[in-house]
Design a protein around this ligand. Sequence first.
Ligand SMILES: [Zn+2]
Length: 309
Amino acid sequence: MKVFAVLAGFALLACPLASMGETTSTTSTSGKMGETEVIISGQLLRDSVWVITGRGGNIGLSVGADGVYMIDDQYAPLSEPIRQAIAQISDRPIRFIFNTHRHGDHVGGNEYFKGQGALIVAHDNVRARMSVKQELDLFGREIPASSEEALPVVTFTDALTFHLNGDTIRTFHVAHAHTDGDSIVHFQKANIIHMGDIYFNGRYPFVDIANGGSIRGMISGADTALALMDENTIVIPGHGPPVSNRTELQEFRNMLDGIANRMQAHIDAGKSLEEVAAAAPTADWDAEWGNNFISPELMTKMVYQDLSR
Ligand SMILES: [Zn+2]
């Protein structure tokens, strides 16, 4: 009994917030983007893996004796409040930032966190795409090249494994999905998978065709991840409610497959975009998935452009 008591005491002391009688399972700060107040909040998922939300892609986090490993970093104006939120749950340095892909709502904090000593890691194509200006045709926008200070320092082609905080964190590339630089992150011991933007939870996704994405690649990427999951797997989507599961990801995947198949039939029949849009090919899915960032009209246009190339 005495040994147990000593160990329990040590565990409490080792965790500064717990020793003050506070919970360590949530964290919260706030920041500003322009005039908009953004709440940064985090919750413990399992073992030492957290998810943090603010504005932009959902952030995954592994904390522990080896330091902080962070998946994506949202927008630059939120970097300081994000750092503060993480400081509430770990006094260890942020050692690694892993970018799931190159979009600004996932890499916007790279420069700040690199300046704080983090090593930025991503697929080869993330660095290549960030190094040049980017066209977002669907939104009629152009994004300038990133500065050298924001670029990943370590890049990889197929897969890369981190051995940190008692877990094996396997990261692997899936081809031509949301972009051509996507990675999925698998915390093997914690049984948690961060999907990046291959998964928009409860909403139509953006498929960035101009940056090498494709709906068939999204489906294939989802299938690859689903094969690694069981009923206890916690799934972190790139966007949407940050805690999901295998069943919901399967529904998302089936929605993509249903729309792609229906669109392909229209394209095979030689229909123009106008004709396809008039036939409302996404109507069966719109009520559940079409009320957010990507409208039914944009979804139709995007998938038509993709599959008619
Ligand atoms: Zn994205």
